[in-house]
Design a protein. Structure first.
Length: 348
């Protein structure tokens, strides 16, 4: 089993980040999972978690599960997974699993691999309340913010990844990638260098190797940390707006007969299936779109874009008697007698 180097600054920083997160959560089952690729970030995370899991300072001992996803996209991927598994056993993990996935579907290889990976990790959680710790660092957060900015993806994307978003937890979002590499070196861990991380065909790789270093040079340092702070600020603002949007949604909900849900809807009719336009019209457009987004997601509309939401919002703020708006899944949102309603059937 690897042991910490006395006085190692990097190991202490990673361990402190993991300890802070573990102190914030309650895992009644005592089961905790760590997703490990074999790279420096996830191995440093796994080592720190193993060092903390048995400490008496914690409320209870944690049983650790190492989850290794083999995307099978590169020759020798099974060997990489096996090496990672051996290191997890050496670190003291009680259970280690290699999860083989099929990477396919729309959006390119990166998006397909991400979908397959998250689905496999979610399905492999050892208990209903288990968290899966992910090794995303401050540099990953900065890259996510830049990608969102460049693609015009809106505030939810620019707000980046959440530190705690059950079942996912990312203790290292404030830790630089250089620190995880140093921690692994100090611990003597065998770090896998993913060839995809050097492939300029991936947008994230070019951001990492070309764009961020240029920004650091032009702005004289501190860019990754500043982008991560921006993500935190946007996420806090977004959370506050979501709370307000929920209150507006509650006011605007109507049964098809016009009664408030609290007054009781007819038998077999779901409450809140219609929205009262009058309750929404006085709100700012940005807040209305948040209300519509939540309402439409509840109605079964998937893959909503900013364009969809603006078109639906035009039924409130730019009403000229126009027809309904078609949305993904074969659904249509329409305005009828001062109320918004969703009709149609979810495809598939």
């Amino acid at each position: 089993m690897s042991t910490a180097v006395p006085g190692s600054r990097a190991i202490s920083e990673v361990r402190r980040a993991v300890r802070t997160l573990l102190d914030e959560v309650s895992l009644h089952s005592g089961q905790l999972a760590v997703a490990v690729s074999g790279g420096a970030d996830s191995l440093a995370l796994a080592a720190a978690t193993a060092q903390l899991a048995d400490r008496p300072a914690h409320r209870r001992r944690l049983t650790l599960h190492g989850l290794i996803v083999d995307h099978r996209l590169q020759p020798g991927s099974a060997d990489v997974a096996e090496r990672a598994a051996k290191q997890l056993h050496g670190l003291g993990f009680a259970h280690v699993r290699v999860l083989e996935v099929d990477v396919r579907g729309p959006g390119g290889p990166e998006a397909a691999a991400r979908r397959a990976r998250y689905a496999a990790l979610r399905g492999a959680r050892p208990a209903e309340d288990s968290l899966v710790l992910l090794g995303h660092t401050r540099d990953d957060q900065a890259e996510t913010v830049l990608l969102g900015l460049g693609r015009g993806s809106g505030p939810r994307s620019i707000a980046g990844m959440r530190r705690l978003d059950p079942p996912w937890a990312r203790p290292l979002l404030d830790v630089p990638r250089s620190v995880t590499a140093e921690a692994c070196a100090d611990l003597g861990l065998d770090v896998w260098q993913d060839p995809h991380n050097a492939d300029p065909g991936f947008a994230r790789v070019r951001l990492r190797r070309e764009v961020l270093p240029l920004l650091e040079d032009v702005l004289r340092g501190g860019v990754a940390a500043a982008l991560a702070r921006t993500a935190t600020q946007l996420r806090e603002d977004s959370d506050a707006l979501d709370v307000i949007a929920e209150r507006v949604l509650v006011r605007a909900r109507r049964c098809p007969e016009g009664r408030l849900p609290d007054a009781g809807c007819p038998e077999g009719v779901l409450p809140g299936t219609e929205l009262e336009v009058g309750e929404l019209a006085a709100e700012p457009p940005a807040l209305r779109r948040r209300v519509l987004r939540r309402w439409l997601l509840e109605a079964g509309v998937a893959e909503l874009t900013d364009g969809h939401l603006r078109s639906a919002d035009a039924l409130i703020g730019e009403w000229r008697g126009q027809g309904g708006v078609w949305l993904p899944g074969g659904l249509e949102v329409s305005r009828v007698r001062g109320r918004l309603t969703v009709s149609g059937r979810v495809s598939g």
